[in-house]
Design a protein around this ligand. Structure first.
Ligand SMILES: [Zn+2]
Length: 311
């Protein structure tokens, strides 16, 4: 055996060992284990902590149903069936066909499109809520997702409920090109209809939210919440760095950085989100709440004082 063959045999041995060592994506998905800062972590433990790491408090990505379970309580909500427009209108194909990608995404997530709309109650207030599943083609927005968003807005208007949207995803879907881009205008117009009807529109940014999503309806909320550490961007950091030709801060495009620059109102931990959204809606809708009664007490005291001063 010459030296060249020996190296090849040694290389093959390393490859075999590496293959054994690293499980496939499907094996990881089926496993009871996941990982975070301190190494392996039981999915059950993570789930008990609302999919937030107990050590570093990283907010792991969750599906739409997991999101609704947290906001409304387990299975305490109704999923609305959203319209399904024609699939793959451009007959797109690259390394594989778009139709094939859709089949795989549906199998992986159990959803018909990346967006799910549900109705339920938060602090006794009926709301319409929407969420995006990042596992469905990166949470990207095509015609079906746009339709789902508009359907959610229409449901809010029909039933006079606030609209709460958990915005995440990579942006407009490449495989639907201009049709997906038109979604930016259509969702923006839908938000305008909500505002004409004086209905609260609350956005919560969830990691990661980028491209046409943050470039349209997600930035138009009356109030913007965000989960800690979420990536909120339009173009990617590397693209900006390359075009500006200078180093950007390490926390660039994180929720904390974006809040410092005025685009986010409040960063809220996942466990506190329901309560915060509930309290906010009570104030916006002028419902009886502790905050409103405190405010009205303050106002009446001020009126009393000014009346005494006047007399
Ligand atoms: Zn961690």
């Amino acid at each position: 055996m010459n030296w060249l063959t020996k190296i090849k045999v040694f290389g093959d041995k390393i490859k075999r060992n590496l293959k054994k060592k690293f499980p496939t994506k499907e094996e990881i998905a089926k496993s009871d284990w996941t990982s975070c800062c301190s190494g392996p972590l039981l999915k059950k433990d993570l789930e008990d902590n609302l999919w937030c790491c107990p050590k570093c408090s990283k907010h792991h990505r969750i599906s739409c149903r997991q999101r609704f379970n947290i906001i409304f309580g387990k299975d305490n909500y109704e999923i609305l069936e959203t319209p399904q427009p024609a699939e793959d209108p451009l007959n797109w194909k690259d390394t594989k066909s778009y139709k094939q990608r859709l089949v795989e995404a549906r199998k992986k997530t159990g959803q018909n499109c990346a967006v799910m709309i549900a109705k339920g109650q938060v602090n006794g207030i009926q709301i319409t809520a929407g969420a995006v599943n990042f596992d469905y083609i990166g949470g990207s927005f095509g015609a079906a997702e746009t339709e789902a968003f508009i359907y959610g807005v229409q449901n809010s208007i029909d039933h006079s409920t606030p609209f709460v949207f958990f915005a995440s995803g990579g942006g407009q879907r490449l495989f639907e090109s201009a049709i997906a881009l038109a979604g930016m205008t259509r969702t923006t117009l839908a938000v305008n209809e909500l505002k004409k009807n004086n209905l609260p529109y609350v956005v919560c940014f969830v990691d990661p939210c980028a491209g046409g999503i943050s470039g349209s309806f997600a930035m138009l909320g009356d109030i913007h919440f965000a989960e800690p550490g979420s990536l909120i961007a339009f173009a990617g950091k590397r693209v900006i760095q390359a075009s500006l030709n200078q180093e950007l801060p390490s926390d660039f495009q994180t929720a904390e950085y974006v809040m410092q620059h005025g685009f986010i109102d409040r960063i809220v931990n996942r466990k506190d989100l329901t309560n915060e959204i509930g309290k906010l809606l009570e104030i916006l809708l002028k419902r009886n709440s502790e905050v409103n009664s405190e405010l009205s007490n303050e106002t009446s005291t001020n009126i009393e004082q000014s009346t005494k001063a006047a007399s």
